[in-house]
Design a protein around this ligand. Structure first.
Ligand code: 13P
Length: 287
């Protein structure tokens, strides 16, 4: 199928108390593992790309892998740009065929974040592309974005309402609720009450950032409260490296790269399977 819009996928998941996985892809093989896994389970999926990865490969190359693989799948596949702070890259990705983009103005003062997000909202709406925006400070490292320990900041409820009022058709909203990018160093303190209030008051699908390392219960609790998009990046990057490297370390066949690519694909696909399955079953109270 051609690439799908992200918003209808997420609205449908939200209505059913379920979530769609958004996995950060790295190259063609990692994209293949994500789309193959979703296809095997019969679930929609979001392939998302960090700004650094887009700059590494070029937007057209990334779009061509995802479009080619989506074409052979009977499941919905969206292509999303993760945590982008620069408008030029957002426009380049839209021109290359991305169906969704994130503008991350969370490091800016609130008024500036709102002003820049709404300006980008206007042109993404005109282009028929879904937008994700962030408020607060999600901890950890994602791409070039670093929020050090102690500098995390939960989203402010009133500011979330202002964002939702200004951008009622925002594709997905990312308020900081206590999760963090990267491997957790301790138990995350998820602000479930805040998540509840934001999801109910805005009616928007919420993005759960920092999926790597959360427990099934934490996922279920967040999905049940309105997280319809669940981001998984660090675990997929780990599997990408380990899946190739660990097999090569055991069995060195320098002339047979396809053996390692297949091991890498299998590692990534096997690792994603339980998560995509869990998200599609939904959270507490799901139909
Ligand atoms: P993890 O790297 O913790 O899975 O988080 C992914 C994410 O939220 C990408 O924006």
């Amino acid at each position: 199928m051609p690439l799908t819009q992200m918003s209808p996928m997420l609205r449908s998941a939200l209505a059913k108390g379920r979530a769609v996985a958004a996995v950060n892809i790295i190259d063609f093989n990692s994209t293949r593992a994500v789309i193959d896994c979703a296809r095997e389970l019969g679930v929609p999926v979001i392939t998302q790309v960090s700004t650094k990865t887009v700059k590494h490969w070029g937007a057209k190359s990334v779009a061509s892998w995802v479009k080619t693989l989506a074409q052979d799948s009977d499941q919905d596949v969206a292509l999303h740009l993760d945590h982008c702070t620069d408008e030029a890259t957002i426009r380049t990705c839209i021109d290359a065929g991305w169906t969704a983009v994130m503008f991350d103005g969370s490091k800016l003062p609130f008024a500036e974040n709102l002003a820049r997000s709404t300006a980008i909202y206007d042109f993404t709406q005109a282009a028929g592309v879904d937008l994700e925006c962030e408020i607060g400070a999600i901890g950890g490292v994602e791409d070039d974005k670093v929020v050090k320990d102690g500098e995390e900041m939960l989203a402010n409820f009133d500011e979330c309402l202002e964002f939702a009022r200004a951008m009622p058709r925002m594709g997905v909203f990312a308020p900081a609720i206590g999760t963090a990018h990267g491997f957790y160093k301790g138990e995350p303190k998820i602000a479930y009450d805040l998540l509840d209030r934001i999801a109910k008051a805005t009616g928007l699908p919420i993005a759960l950032h920092g999926g790597t390392g959360l427990t099934d219960d934490q996922f279920r609790n967040c999905i049940w409260r309105g997280c319809a998009k669940v981001n998984l990046s660090t675990m997929h990057k780990r599997d990408f490296i380990e899946g190739f490297g660990a097999v090569y370390a055991r069995d060195r066949r320098p002339g047979e790269p396809l053996v390692y690519l297949e091991a890498q694909h299998k590692t990534m696909r096997d690792s994603l399977r339980p998560f995509l399955s869990l998200f599609s079953l939904g959270g507490k109270g799901a139909a």
